[in-house]
Design a protein around this ligand. Structure first.
Ligand SMILES: Nc1nc2c(ncn2[C@@H]2O[C@H](COP(=O)(O)OP(=O)(O)OP(=O)(O)O)[C@@H](O)[C@H]2O)c(=O)[nH]1
Ligand SMILES: [Mg+2]
Ligand SMILES: [Zn+2]
Length: 303
């Protein structure tokens, strides 16, 4: 090969870097070979996959304080949806979309809960999936991350600490707000306050009466309801009784909201850890009310 030819090939390679690929979440330009967005750390695979599809994926988010049960719930939800037949079925898009369900189910099988989600967005698990609903002609394309509760709180208190959270929540078509039912019953006002803060933040992000958060679907999901049966019987009544502020907030600010109760563990025990502490472990896995909040949210999405 002549010297001149070699120069031509190299410059052709460099030309690829001149074309920027916009991140699907925040829109910032990235090089074609970037794995994560250099601005918000969302996986660039989301952008590459979206360009190959006719339908633009919609975004959903599960938010709630640290320890609310987001990882356990989302991991179990993805596992159940990907295995079941029937009216609602899920197909993961991309190998990265299976990690959340794989890590959660591996921990539960060892009779452990998954570890706390790290605060750094580059370590979050994202799911891009196709959801088929019996009544809909076309499947729904969805993107959903498992975010860390502490990072969500930090972003609300100090906007732009985690730009990915703001970009995502601005565009989300709907949201699941996870609330620890046990802590509410124990009278923890933190849970009520945190949830009201989250809901106020959503309204601040987009208050448009036609397209903004006042009209987007909000599922309030009480987690760990395996430990308080009355929550399963009537989640809305449970909210009125134990989270009055949250209930009023929903009624005044949102037009489409609904309360749900979920539980993943059938029974838990406190066991000693090798470090001398104690750890909450699931003795049985008995998922209840996992599909319902998601099914309702999907039914509320535009076609
Ligand atoms: N009894 C019971 N406990 C649960 C359930 N889900 C979660 N827990 C407990 O709640 C803890 C926190 O659950 P995670 O799913 O890690 O919480 P998270 O919202 O992802 O927390 P961050 O990652 O810090 O934001 C677990 O370690 C369990 O001790 C459940 O369905 N039943
Ligand atoms: Mg988590
Ligand atoms: Zn980005």
């Amino acid at each position: 090969m002549s010297h001149q030819n070699a120069i031509e090939l190299d410059s052709y390679r460099l030309a690829q870097y001149a074309v920027q690929v916009p991140c699907y979440i925040c829109g910032s330009g990235n090089t074609f070979d970037a794995e994560l967005c250099r601005h918000c750390f969302a996986p660039m695979a989301l952008a590459h996959q979206a360009t190959t599809q006719k339908v633009r994926p919609q975004m959903l988010a599960a938010i709630g304080p640290s320890g609310a049960g987001k990882t356990v719930y989302l991991g179990m939800l993805m596992d159940m949806l990907s295995r079941q037949g029937g009216d609602l079925q899920m197909l993961a898009r991309g190998a990265f979309s299976i990690t959340l369900q794989q890590a959660t189910m591996a921990a539960l099988r060892r009779c452990e809960f998954p570890v706390k989600t790290p605060n750094e967005p580059d370590r979050w698990n994202w799911v891009h999936c196709q959801v088929r609903v019996a009544r809909r002609r076309r499947p729904v394309e969805l993107i959903m991350p498992d975010m860390a509760g502490e990072a969500i709180l930090e972003e609300i208190e100090h906007p732009n600490t985690y730009p990915v959270i703001q970009s995502l929540l601005k565009q989300c078509a709907g949201v699941m707000v996870l609330v620890d039912a046990m802590r509410l019953r124990e009278g923890s006002l933190d849970e009520d306050f945190f949830t009201m803060k989250l809901l106020s933040y959503l309204i601040e992000l987009d208050n448009d009466p036609k397209r903004g958060w006042p009209v987007r679907p909000v599922a309030i999901v009480f987690t760990k309801a395996d430990r308080c049966e009355e929550c399963f019987l009537d989640a809305a009544a449970y909210a009125s009784q134990h989270a009055g502020g949250l209930m009023r907030h929903c009624q005044e600010r949102f037009r489409r909201f609904r309360f749900f109760a979920t539980g993943v563990a059938g029974a838990c025990a406190q066991v000693p850890t090798p470090e001398g502490g104690r750890m909450n472990t699931p003795l049985r896995i008995e998922p209840r009310g996992i599909i319902e909040p998601f099914e309702w949210l999907v039914s509320q999405l535009r076609a």
